[in-house]
Every structure is written in structure tokens, then in C-alpha cells.
Design a protein around this ligand. Structure first.
Ligand code: ATP
Ligand code: MG
Length: 205
């Protein structure tokens, strides 16, 4: 065998050993993760991908035959594609009856609308038939103080034990991050909008 071939086979051998070690580590972590309960997941940050992540998880759950519901706190001016798809799959949507809050410029009306959706959320968060509830763009309701933080925390804490909840939106309140089991922050590296490209159907809504 040439020296070069020896090195190749040594490298393959070392790689195999490293992978074996890694597999043992991962397997032992999988074995020790035995708890099972509803998770609180937060997808926050300034980058694109928060709502699509939430809706992707709803699609994943529904694909397994689980029951899911969606509450949307900031309604865009366009119908989002996920709603059309998921409503056909039996997912119930509760949508805030105003446009983007920075468009309406009517704080009192926005607060009333937020509180109405939150009342619906409270029903969803006490419904033992629901396996997953997506609270899309809810972070803003807390940063604008449209909803009472203690009430939100208490409702999340008292939800059915098996129920998963996903909260999306920028600048998530610290108390919700502390309460959550899984938190991801989507960072913006760049966005097409900054290059003057308008929101694209099927990609941005
Ligand atoms: P998506 O729904 O695509 O997952 P998102 O939920 O992470 O986006 P939002 O802050 O809810 O982001 O904004 C919704 C809309 O704003 C989408 O059309 C999205 O493409 C756009 N958007 C998201 N991040 C940025 C950004 N950093 N700059 C400009 N536009 C953005
Ligand atoms: Mg979003």
C-alpha cells in the first residue's frame, strides 16, 4: 500500500471513530430525554422565518393527525397562503380584525381588537382537544402593552399539560422567553426588501 493510501485509510478510520463517539453521545442524550409534555416555543428576532416556522410546525402536527389552531394578532392586508391551505385541513383560525397596527394608527381600536383575539386564545389554551396552538405575532401585543402580561403567563401556565404553544414575533418579552422551553432568534443577514424587491406571493405572504 502506498503512503498516500495509508493516510486515506487512517483518515477514514479516524472519521469512523469520531462518528461512533458522537453517536454514543447523541444516543445517551436521547435516552436521557424521557420527559413528555406540551412545549412552549418562541420564534423571535428580526430575520425572516418566524411565522413560516410556526406554520411549518402546524403543518407537521396536522400531518400526524394532531389538532391545531392558529391565532393571528396582526392581520396583513393580504390573505396569507397558509390560512387557505390549513383551514382546508381543519385548522381553525382566529384573526385580529384590524390591519397592521402601524397602519391603523388607532390605538384604542387596536387594543379592543387585541383583547378580542386574546379572549379566543384563552378558549384555545384551555381546550384539551387541541395539541398545538400557534399565537402568530403575539409578542407585539405585550411590547405595546395591549395585553396584560400576568394574564398571558397565567393562561400559558394553566393550559392542558399536553398542549404545545408557539409564539412568534420580534422582541419577545423577557418573561415569556424565561417561561419557554425552546427559544430561537432568527437573525437578519439581508432581506430582498432592502434591495427594493416587493413582497412576493407564496414567499412573503
Ligand atoms: P415570514 O412570515 O416570512 O416567516 P416573519 O414572520 O419572520 O416572516 P415578520 O416580522 O412577521 O417576519 O414580517 C412579515 C413580513 O415581513 C414577511 O413578508 C417578511 O418577508 C417580511 N420581513 C421579515 N423580516 C424582514 C426584514 N428583516 N426586512 C424586511 N422585511 C422582512
Ligand atoms: Mg411573522
Amino acid at each position: 500500500m502506498t503512503d498516500e493510501k495509508m493516510t486515506d485509510s487512517n483518515m477514514a478510520d479516524n472519521h469512523k471513530k469520531r462518528m461512533q463517539k458522537l453517536k454514543e453521545k447523541v444516543d445517551s442524550r436521547i435516552d436521557s430525554a424521557t420527559d413528555e409534555r406540551g412545549l412552549l416555543i418562541v420564534i423571535t428576532g428580526n430575520g425572516k422565518g418566524k411565522s413560516t416556522s410556526g406554520f411549518g410546525t402546524v403543518a407537521r402536527a396536522v400531518g400526524h393527525g394532531l389538532n391545531a389552531a392558529v391565532a393571528q394578532f396582526i392581520k396583513g392586508t393580504w390573505a396569507c397562503g397558509e390560512r387557505q391551505l390549513l383551514e382546508n385541513a381543519g385548522v381553525k383560525f382566529s384573526v385580529m380584525g384590524t390591519g397592521f397596527t402601524w397602519n391603523t394608527q388607532d390605538k384604542e381600536k387596536d387594543i379592543t381588537a387585541a383583547k378580542q383575539v386574546w379572549l379566543k386564545c384563552k378558549e384555545l389554551l384551555s381546550d384539551t382537544n387541541l395539541d398545538l396552538v400557534l399565537l402568530d405575532e403575539m409578542t407585539y401585543m405585550l411590547s405595546y402593552k395591549y395585553l396584560d402580561l400576568d394574564d398571558v403567563i397565567e393562561t400559558l401556565n394553566n393550559r392542558p399539560k399536553h398542549q404545545h404553544v408557539i409564539i412568534t414575533g420580534r422582541a419577545c418579552h423577557r418573561a415569556i422567553i424565561d417561561l419557554a422551553d425552546t427559544v430561537s432568534e432568527v437573525q437578519s443577514i439581508k432581506h430582498a426588501f432592502d434591495s427594493g424587491i416587493k413582497a412576493q406571493k407564496g414567499i412573503d405572504w
